[in-house]
Design a protein around this ligand. Structure first.
Ligand code: NAD
Length: 356
């Protein structure tokens, strides 16, 4: 089969890690008889430098014309002081909106070989965990009205959160369907003791839960969830969250796996086209040094194979290759301590390629 995968390398370590994932996809293509075309598009800081806009129309169109999108990361200190409508992050929010991607799937599991890397107490890490955060992606406070105004105590800023019943229903259904294919347990996160959007969230989730009697569903306040994630992550299977809560909790989940450089994500809508990216940012502190961990992006490419192209065997092959290199002790700089030798981004990619 032939597939077109739009590459949005972005800024900082983005180009290094996307190039690693492309080599892995090419190897998978060679082994399983697929050919991939990889048109490249600009977004984020590099697009601002080249065109003056964080998300050129050509990028949106190119992504719409592709089977799926693989993204590195955008942003960096160079563009931090630009006005809000010109910031690199605008590109991400714009792409998600343009492609209708309202679901963000963020799996987080502890690899047997990396239990020692987790920041969890050894006895908690030993229990293991394998959870997936289903995060709403195109609503809530990141998309609400915001601004500056004159307040009671002088100048102030405000951001607003709004969620419609429709937005909550559709993400809840994705989470329940995800739970059905896993261990059939769903925890819905909110802050219903304070926020009206959370009260609507909880009400709506309960209504949808009635359609899934085979899935055990419970609510948890976000502050408690932040605590439970480090106290006993093994209790979670599917975690359903709003946009901002999911953003924060998934970074916490990443750290207890060992490194933020390991966690992939898939952004999905109603069709098969999705956008796949590591959950970390552009890591400007290590950009251009060939030190980044490419595994989160390689695992994002595996999710792309599975969810957008329906190539499960190929996705399993990539995930097994990552598992195997970690078992053999391959480690990038984010996973080594003291005097241990770290593999470069390229060397880690080559280790994965060798397994494929
Ligand atoms: P970050 O995730 O880029 O980096 C946090 C820390 O993790 C840094 O020390 C970095 O070196 C390390 N790290 C991240 N990815 C790594 C990898 N693959 N291998 C090894 N180490 C890795 O977060 P930040 O520093 O808060 O943000 C940097 C920039 O990235 C900002 O401009 C931010 O807006 C942007 N950002 C972009 C995205 C995205 O494009 N989706 C997401 C988050 C942050």
């Amino acid at each position: 089969m032939e597939y077109t995968i739009a590459l949005v390398r972005g800024d900082g370590i983005g180009p290094e890690i996307v190039d690693g994932a492309v080599r892995v996809l090419e190897a998978v293509g060679a082994r399983f008889g697929h050919s991939f075309h990889f048109p490249s598009y600009l977004a984020g800081g590099c697009a601002i430098d080249a065109t003056g806009a964080p998300l050129p129309e050509e990028t949106v169109q190119g992504c719409l014309d592709s089977d799926s999108v693989l993204l590195g990361a955008v942003g960096g200190p160079k563009w931090d002081t630009l006005p809000a409508n010109l910031r690199p992050e605008k590109a991400l929010l714009g792409l998600r909106k343009a492609l209708g991607l309202y679901t963000n799937l963020r799996p987080a599991k502890i690899y047997d070989a990396l239990r020692g890397e987790s920041t969890l107490r050894p006895d908690i890490a030993a229990r293991g965990f394998d959870l997936v955060i289903v995060r709403e992606l195109t609503g809530g406070i990141y998309y609400g009205e915001r601004g500056r105004r004159e307040g009671k105590y002088g100048p102030e800023a405000y951001d607003t959160e709004a969620y419609s019943v429709m937005e909550i229903e559709r993400i809840a259904r994705v989470a329940f369907e995800t739970a059905r294919k896993r261990r059939k347990n769903l925890v819905s996160i909110d802050k219903a003791n304070v926020l009206e959007t959370s009260r609507l969230w909880r009400e709506t989730v309960h209504r949808i839960a009635a359609e899934y009697p085979d899935v055990e569903c419970s609510d948890m306040l976000v502050d408690n969830a932040a605590m439970q994630l480090v106290r006993d992550p093994s209790r979670f299977d599917v975690v359903l969250t709003s946009n901002m809560f999911g953003d924060i909790l998934s970074d916490e989940a990443s750290q207890i796996t060992g490194s933020i450089g390991l966690l992939p994500s898939a952004s999905l809508g109603d069709g098969t086209r999705g956008m796949y990216e590591p959950i970390h940012g552009s890591a400007p502190d290590i950009a251009g040094q060939n030190r980044a961990n490419p595994l989160a992006t390689i695992l994002s490419a595996a999710m792309l194979l599975r969810y957008s192209l329906g190539l499960s065997e190929e996705a399993d092959c990539v995930e097994a290759a990552v598992d195997a290199v970690l078992r053999e002790g391959c480690r990038t700089a984010d996973l080594v301590h003291g005097g241990e030798r770290a593999l470069s981004c390229t060397e880690m990619t080559e280790a994965v390629l060798a397994k494929i």
